[in-house]
Write a protein that binds this ligand. Structure first.
Ligand code: SF4
Ligand code: SF4
Length: 349
């Protein structure tokens, strides 16, 4: 890994340099009724709109890589046959300017399923391959527990990563593309003082995480507590709205649907992100529903993230961002659900 110091007053030059491509970055989206700023990732055309000291965005970077609704194919009737056209090879090169470690870790997890696999998702793959990522350290928030899941830092899946050390950013250069881009701005090699500042900033940040989730033996506890009463209690509270999956950076389940135009000569295939908490998620043709009860659907969401995915990939499908708990109108949070199952296991024991 190569490290460079990037003076803060050079950041606008870096922004201008990469602006030959589309740039997405964190910016202010709205003010909530309680007066707090709601941040989101948006296409940016002006450096002044980039807010690098943002707290967590309401939605994650998934919005760009897995849009909520995508047209994946278009069909035109040509004589007796339908001609199919897919334009997923045309994703424009994009720069993501200012992504937190948890969101990069979430992309790395999605890569396991959608990219590094025998049948990669073409739309996801082309977006991921064509995106240059500039990461930046976050300020830990009260609802996040990423440290418990090892997602407070990130080792790969980005091009450069910035840590604020005062007048400069301590910049980890993680790709040859990043190295080439940085040749266009004023940088210098870090000296011992800068290295110490970086280590100190990392230590201060580590200490400021407030929330912890005990994940010891979680996979076994989930196996033992499949019939735990706590699932039923959480299910009674769940509104089956799907908001948790919508804001989650790692939920990727989707449904496919066809739209046929009234002239019956053209059609489209659309992919729509879905949530396993929604009542008809497991409904099959004929109307049979494999998971009609809300507590069963909620339970399976946790089993996918903290049991099945761990068994398949040796890591949970959760980065501990806390977005789901923050957005849930029923106040259901991952730390509380896991703690309740752990408690029941302790009582049963
Ligand atoms: S857990 Fe919360 S956000 Fe998720 S479906 Fe249930 S009520 Fe909605
Ligand atoms: S399950 Fe909740 S805490 Fe975990 S990654 Fe998804 S939104 Fe974040």
């Amino acid at each position: 890994m190569l490290f460079l110091l990037l003076p803060k007053d050079e950041l606008s030059t870096l922004f201008e340099l990469v602006s030959y491509n589309a740039v997405i970055g964190p910016t202010q989206r709205a003010i909530s009724p309680s007066g707090t700023t709601i941040y989101g990732y948006e296409f940016l055309y002006d450096f002044a709109d980039l807010v690098l000291d943002h707290t967590m965005t309401a939605h994650s970077a998934k919005e760009h890589f897995l849009p909520h609704i995508q047209t994946v194919a278009r069909y035109t009737l040509n004589g007796p046959t339908w001609e199919k056209k897919s334009d997923h090879h045309n994703a424009a090169p994009t720069v993501f300017f200012g992504m937190h470690a948890c969101d990069i870790n979430a992309l790395n997890k999605l890569d396991r399923v959608l990219l590094d696999t025998a049948y990669p998702d073409p739309e996801y793959t082309v977006r991921r391959r064509n995106t240059f990522i500039i990461g930046i350290d976050c300020v830990p928030q009260p609802h996040c527990f990423c440290r418990s899941l090892g997602c407070d830092t990130v080792q790969h899946g980005y091009d450069m990563f910035l840590t604020d050390i005062g007048d400069d950013y301590f910049c980890e250069v993680n790709s040859s593309k990043a190295y080439e881009v940085l040749r266009g701005v004023r940088t210098r090699e870090p000296d011992n003082h800068a290295n110490a500042q970086f280590m100190n900033a990392s230590a201060v940040r580590r200490k400021s995480f407030e929330n912890e989730v005990d994940t010891t033996d979680l996979i076994r506890i989930l196996d033992l507590e499949f019939e735990a009463k706590a699932w039923i209690e959480w299910g009674k509270r769940c509104l089956s709205c799907g908001t948790c999956a919508n804001v989650c950076p790692t939920c990727y389940c989707y449904g496919a649907e066809h739209e046929i135009d009234l002239d019956l000569k053209s059609a489209r295939k659309k992919k729509r992100l879905y949530s396993c908490n929604i009542v008809d998620f497991a409904e099959v043709s004929g109307g049979f529903n494999f998971r009609p009860e809300s507590h069963v659907r909620l339970k399976y969401r946790y089993y996918h993230k903290h049991r099945g995915f761990v068994e398949a990939y040796e890591e949970p499908l959760c980065v501990g961002c806390g977005r789901c708990g923050r957005a849930c109108l029923a106040g259901i949070t991952v730390p509380e659900v896991i703690a309740s199952i752990r408690e029941e296991a302790a009582v049963d024991g």
